[in-house]
Design a protein around this ligand. Structure first.
Ligand SMILES: C[S@@+](CC[C@H](N)C(=O)[O-])C[C@H]1O[C@@H](n2cnc3c(N)ncnc32)[C@H](O)[C@@H]1O
Length: 254
């Protein structure tokens, strides 16, 4: 296991105001909100929030890992072959790592990228316990990818944290043949949407800028990520899961 904060990435998680300053294709209204795409306070807040909740999040994510078959569907959609390289952006405590490692095998490579050191500590513990030598963890900003090329990119429940998901996902499309995203969407029945609204509001208070319309912001950001896949990949696939509250989006070059 390699924990590499400055190898491929050049630097650890960044507070650089230019971190995601990409003027092109920024069509998310939230990008101009309390924490804009270039605001270093935003990354600090997210890192602090996830650091503080890493242990609880790890427990929760592992306990719910198979719910709705979401994570399995994501890895399936990546269509990885043995020997491939896959990057997981916002890997958190590493709940997807076992399936990714299985898919690429001992000759492949898995790179987990996250901005929260405590989340990466949890993931590193898993890598060490499993004795994986081809899984590396990089502390870096996923909005400025620290890796130049890969066969696949995965990001589960991460894109809604970016003020400008279109710009970020477009960059990911440039670096990989296949990009798979899982995100919450308010497309379920009334009860499911109400539960999602409460969850997203709490999430916003803990990790993101506050908003009067958390569900609207979630929908806007998820739609922006989807548009980036539409515009920058050739073959698209969309699967709804868990009563329509989660969508798995895949984009492939061909
Ligand atoms: C909701 S958790 C999802 C974790 C994991 N993907 C999963 O499905 O369990 C979001 C993760 O994204 C990370 N994150 C948020 N913004 C990030 C950024 N700009 N760069 C890298 N990681 C980021 C957080 O630290 C956190 O670990």
């Amino acid at each position: 296991m390699t924990r590499d904060g400055d190898g491929e990435s050049g630097s650890a998680a960044s507070d650089d105001p230019a971190a995601s300053d990409d003027p092109a294709a920024s069509d998310d209204p939230a990008a101009d909100g309390e924490f804009g795409a270039t605001d270093p306070r935003r990354l600090r807040r997210i890192r602090r929030g996830y650091d503080a909740w890493a242990r609880v999040y790890d427990w929760f994510a592992r306990a719910t890992a198979s719910v709705g078959g979401v994570r399995a569907a994501c890895v399936d959609a990546l269509a990885l072959d043995p020997g491939d390289t896959v990057i997981e952006f916002g890997c958190g405590p590493g709940v997807n790592l076992p399936a990714l490692r299985d898919a690429v095998g001992p000759s492949g490579r898995v790179v987990g990228v996250d901005i929260s050191p405590r989340m990466l500590d949890r993931a590193a513990g898993l890598v060490e316990r499993r004795g994986w030598e081809n899984v590396s963890l990089v502390e870096a900003d996923a909005e400025r990818p620290p890796v130049a090329a890969a066969d696949g990119v995965l990001a589960t429940f991460v894109t809604s944290l970016f003020p400008d998901p279109y710009a970020v996902v477009r960059r990911w499309c440039d670096l990989a043949d296949t990009v798979v995203l899982a995100a919450f969407v308010p497309e379920g029945n009334r009860l499911a949407n109400a539960a999602l609204r409460a969850f997203v509001a709490l999430n916003g208070r803990l990790f993101d800028a506050r908003t009067d319309d958390p569900l609207g912001r979630l929908a806007d950001r998820t739609a922006a990520a989807r548009r980036a896949l539409d515009d920058h990949t050739g073959v698209r696939e969309r699967r709804r899961r868990l009563l329509g509250t989660i969508v798995v989006e895949a984009g492939r070059d061909r």
